[in-house]
Design a protein around this ligand. Structure first.
Ligand SMILES: [Zn+2]
Length: 432
């Protein structure tokens, strides 16, 4: 059941309201993705990533008009694969509390733009940021920050993200490098807002009025250095690689995890996350940070088990790094940390450890939700439905209500901001 308004008001009244929120999303990761990563974990300490977290639940992910049916789920594999959510509808539900149709970023089913979580947090005086292993214009980071009717309108989305209140934007999409990290002869500016926007970023002259200019970093050493000491107020980080940090690199795409040498010129997700944390932690009002392991989904679409496990491992390392970084700063006790997924991808099936992908698309499977910190006590009460295999579960719109509540806003608030055009400069890339 949805209890958005009551929950939001409760949190807004100050009941265990977190000062900071960190939302970590492993795009496409269901329960068996986590299990596969645990079984292939090269570092034994990594096996305990989520042990001891007080909230360990399941979450359903249907888009507007859909439902999760536990009985059908375990009786009929075809039901599991029918009409799943995409990442756009999922991030909208998870961060606004409002269900929408596939393809829309923080825009409701009637086409009305919603206040995004980043906008609500900024309105509450908090700093905000997004970090991802895929281009930052992709659905999950984009829907956290801006409203757009068309998730594929990358040029417009980049301009909205870089022209708004965000303080950190990090992701792949460098115009001058390919998936291997090799310098290209011809630039592709489609993931960074176009040539003029990129050139302004490089020149240090891009920034919204009143927000200050962006500092652009691209080299791995710059990301590593950002983790400590004084930081610029607003940072865009675009590593020298095209589509993903590592998942699209060459070599045998079906090799065992970690068998193909990594591209050492790009930062890890953990390094990017620690840099982002060091920028955002300056704000006395707190911060809200989204961190996405975006290519877990890409590897799952393509049935690449080894690459999927690598991406899950990088994601888990980022979670560990964030927890350690918060602890080091004395912020762990005032930060709500949520780890979950927008949907399962690939219909991963046992028996372990020889997992196989049954589809190349998203499914209706439940996804895990781990949480800790102030406000995380809300989740157990919301998980008032029970799956015979996964146990108690909540709905992704209920997660959105908790997060909106943490911003002190009321669910359903309408945005007065413009949304993007429908259709123009639509990308032809993958539709994760
Ligand atoms: Zn996908």
């Amino acid at each position: 059941m949805f209890t958005h308004l009551a929950l939001s008001l409760c949190l807004a009244a100050g009941a265990a309201a977190p000062r900071n929120v960190v939302l970590l999303i492993a795009d496409g990761a269901g329960f068996l993705h986590y299990e596969a990563a645990r079984l292939h974990e090269p570092d034994p300490t990594g096996l305990q990533v989520y042990d001891g977290w007080p909230v360990r639940l399941a979450m359903c992910t249907p888009p507007d008009g859909g439902t999760y049916d536990p009985e059908q789920m375990w009786r009929d594999p075809a039901w599991c694969d029918r009409d799943p959510t995409d990442s756009a509808a999922a991030i909208t539900a998870m961060t606004t509390g409002v269900k929408t149709v596939n393809g829309r970023l923080a825009v409701d089913p009637r086409g009305e733009p919603l206040v995004t979580l980043a906008q609500a947090m900024a309105a509450a005086g908090k700093s905000t940021g997004v970090v991802t292993t895929v281009p930052f214009v992709h659905a999950t980071p984009a829907g956290f920050a801006v409203s757009c009717r068309d998730r594929g309108a990358y040029l417009e989305i980049a301009r909205l993200m870089l022209g708004g209140e965000l303080d950190v934007v990090m992701g792949a999409g460098h115009p001058w490098y390919d998936d291997e990290g090799r310098r290209c002869d011809v630039a592709d500016y489609s993931r960074v807002g176009g040539a003029a926007t990129w050139d302004s970023l490089v020149a240090g002259s891009l920034g919204a009025a009143g927000e200050g200019p962006w500092s652009l970093i691209t080299a791995r050493g710059q990301f590593q250095a950002l983790a400590r000491g004084p930081a610029p107020r607003r940072v865009v980080g675009v590593p020298p690689v095209r589509e993903t940090l590592q998942e699209q690199r060459g070599g045998d795409l079906l090799a065992a995890p970690f068998a193909v040498p990594r591209n050492e010129a790009v930062p890890t997700l953990a390094e990017m996350a620690l840099g982002a944390l060091n920028v955002l932690d300056e704000d006395p009002d707190g911060f809200c940070l989204l961190i996405e392991g975006g290519a877990v989904d890409w590897a799952s679409h393509d049935g690449r088990a080894g690459r999927m496990i690598e991406e899950m491992t990088d994601f888990n390392r980022a979670v560990e790094a964030v927890i350690a970084g918060l602890d080091e700063r004395g912020l762990l006790g005032e930060t709500l940390v949520v780890v979950t997924a927008d949907h399962e991808c690939g219909h991963l099936a046992g028996p372990v450890p020889a997992h196989v992908f049954l589809t190349g698309d998203h499914t209706n499977s439940l996804v895990p939700l781990f949480a800790r910190g102030p406000g995380s006590g809300s989740f157990a009460a919301l998980a008032d439905d029970t799956d015979p295999v996964r146990g108690p579960y909540l709905d992704n719109g209920e997660l959105g209500a908790v997060l909106v509540g943490a911003a002190g806003s009321v669910v359903g608030l309408r945005s007065s901001r413009t949304d993007g055009p429908a259709g123009s400069n639509t990308n032809t890339g993958r539709d994760d």
